[in-house]
Design a binder for this molecule. Structure first.
Ligand code: ADP
Length: 590
């Protein structure tokens, strides 16, 4: 798989070909691109024509001494301006529209791809890094497509048009101007580059400031508990000062740049006026020609400046595109076969056959070794073992978040790799140890897997999970808002809600990762009652941390360091399995 380790490195790419894949996203919007292009050409043409307008107004209008002629020249001039205004409106609207549309499409495409990728992908590429790509990189593309590209194209047109018209207007003056171009452009480019480098550094420093504040504030209780405020204040001040120092450096360079540009521009204008003025006095050219010439000189200089300005934008966008395409092209390691095997829903016995597994991120460590066991339909099996034994990993393997490297897992006799992913996961209800509730109401969370679940099945699921009573007692009942962390609910209540959420899909197999945290006696009692009610209705595989749970189970599997070291009931294992006896004594002491 393609590894993305430079996620936060918003590097540029000198090679603008990197932008090409983004252009593919333009294809559906040919019409808008065409409108924008026509408007772009028209506005560039109209801007260039303004120079001729100026010449006409001065030479014909003023020189003729007649008001009528002046008016005619001005009407022509006004015509150009109107054309320019309308063209600019159309160009701006469509170019920005396309930029927004394309970045929205890219965002959508990237998310639609990511949401199906195997979970292991997000261990190598952290979600926050990916999140920043989806927002920052696409925003960069949006700016580029929605303005920089248009600025670049417009200015390329203006540059060539301007140079041509310069020579047409006055070849001698043009040669002088062109000869002096390097002297003007070089210092600007030089200082410009330095300013840009500093603004990138200054952005990085600013990000440091933000992340430092974020971390301290997020963990405010720890900060205050350790009386760490003063140290945090000092470290934060240091970062703020660093950001300030870089900014001042940038401002200094920028100030020099602005001054140099002023000096050079007005120096150039003065030179042109002086040389051109001599020609006007000598009668070699007209005053209008000189004015038009200066106008074109400004256009050409402006376009060079604009192009150099957006070039770095384009390069950065090429880098951003490459990173986005990398995300879009990352293959999923968990894929369903083209022709999935059918699944016999009536005999969903689950079997591990000599399964061996190693996490791809930790190749040296065998997490599951040669594990084999069967779980019959309707059987309740408890997994016990010390932390790190591999219990949660077994759940991950059943749901095909990872594929084992050795052996196979079967459902109704069929290798789960041969099943449709949705079919497999559709049979499995999963209750994580620390249940995640999404923001929204309790109702939203309950119908997470079955958005059109009716009241009846919601109520049944709540009742089976023994969650109906406390939900009814909440001020807004099932419409109570819960945050990302399920604010205001105890661990036991959250777990019961998670059980209800899993039950709504009417799973054939329930994977229950019992909460390790001490549950209040009432919650524990309710969860036990709930499991008792579910027993026999579905296959239950539970990672057990409580004596009450292992006693309920038909069978207990003992796992240690990825190996299955015992199987039986609590009493038989106590008698026959020293490891279990020792473990049970420590774990279930109470
Ligand atoms: P248990 O649920 O029994 O506590 P786990 O299945 O969570 O054990 O973990 C088994 C082993 O696999 C542990 O050593 C753990 O550090 C490692 N492990 C768990 N998840 C990952 C992962 N995503 N990447 C790499 N190693 C992991």
């Amino acid at each position: 798989m393609s590894d993305i380790d430079d996620g936060l490195n918003r590097g540029a790419n000198r090679d603008l070909r990197g932008l090409k894949p983004a252009l593919a996203f333009l294809t559906p919007y040919k019409k808008q691109v065409l409108f924008a292009s026509v408007a772009l050409i028209v506005t560039a043409g109209a801007t260039l024509s303004l120079g001729q307008g100026i010449r006409l107004v001065i030479d014909t209008g003023f020189a003729s001494g007649q008001t009528g002629v002046l008016e005619q020249s001005l009407i022509l001039f006004a015509g150009f301006v109107v054309l320019l205004t309308i063209g600019t409106f159309i160009r701006f609207y469509f170019v920005s529209w396309v930029g927004e549309r394309v970045s929205a499409d890219i965002r959508r495409a990237v998310f639609a791809h990511l949401i199906h990728l195997h979970p292991g992908f997000f261990e190598r590429n952290t979600p926050s890094e990916i999140q920043s790509r989806i927002t920052t990189d696409t925003t960069l593309l949006q700016t580029v497509i929605g303005s920089s590209v248009s600025i670049a194209l417009r200015n390329v047109l203006m540059f060539f048009g301007g140079v041509t018209l310069l020579f047409i207007t006055n070849a001698k003056l043009s040669l002088i101007v062109l000869a002096s171009v390097p002297f003007v452009v070089l210092p600007i480019v030089l200082f410009g580059r330095r300013v840009r480098r500093l603004s990138r550094t200054s952005q990085d420093r600013l990000a440091d400031v933000g992340s430092y504040a974020g971390e301290s504030l997020r963990h405010i209780k720890v900060v205050q508990a350790f009386n760490h405020q003063d140290i945090d204040e000092a470290s934060f001040s240091k970062r703020v000062d660093e950001a300030f120092a870089v900014s001042v450096q940038r401002i200094r360079q920028r100030a020099v740049l602005v001054a140099v540009v002023m000096l050079l521009v007005f120096g150039a204008v003065a030179t042109m006026l002086w040389v051109g003025g001599q020609d006007v006095l000598a009668g070699a050219i007209s005053a209008g020609e000189l004015a038009a010439f200066i106008f074109y000189a400004f256009i050409v200089a402006g376009s060079v400046g604009a192009i150099s300005e957006v070039l770095s934008d384009l390069q950065r966008a090429a880098g951003a595109t490459e990173r986005l395409m990398e995300l879009l092209n990352s293959p999923s390691e968990i894929v369903a076969p083209v022709q999935p095997a059918p699944l016999d829903l009536e005999r969903l016995q689950l079997a591990f056959e000599n399964v061996g597994f190693t996490y791809p991120t930790r190749p040296g460590q065998q997490v599951i070794s040669a594990v084999s066991f069967n779980v019959g339909v309707g059987e309740m099996v408890a997994l016990v073992g010390p932390s790190g034994a591999g219990k949660t990993t077994l759940f991950d393997l059943v749901q095909r978040f990872y594929d084992p490297q050795q052996g196979r897992i079967t459902l109704a006799g069929e290798d789960i790799r041969h099943l449709q992913l949705e079919t497999l996961r559709g049979q499995v209800g999963f209750v994580p140890q620390d249940p995640v509730l999404f923001s929204g109401t309790l109702h939203d969370n309950l119908v997470y897997a079955v958005p059109d679940a009716d009241e009846q099945s919601i109520h049944e699921a709540l009742a089976l999970a023994r969650a109906d009573t406390f939900v009814a007692q909440l001020p807004d009942g099932i419409n109570t808002l819960v945050g990302e962390d399920g604010v205001g609910l105890s661990g036991g209540q959250r777990q019961r809600l998670a059980i209800a959420r899993a039950l709504i899909t009417r799973p054939k197999i329930l994977l229950l990762d019992e909460a390790t945290s001490a549950l209040d006696a009432e919650s524990e009692h309710h969860i036990r009652a709930s499991i008792e009610a579910l027993k026999g209705r579905m296959t239950i595989l539970v990672i057990a941390h409580r004596l009450s749970t292992v006693r309920q189970a038909d069978r207990i599997l003992v796992l240690e360091q990825g190996c299955l070291v015992g199987s039986g009931t609590h009493d038989s294992l106590l008698a026959s399995n020293p490891l279990y006896a020792r473990f049970a004594q420590m774990q279930f002491a109470a």
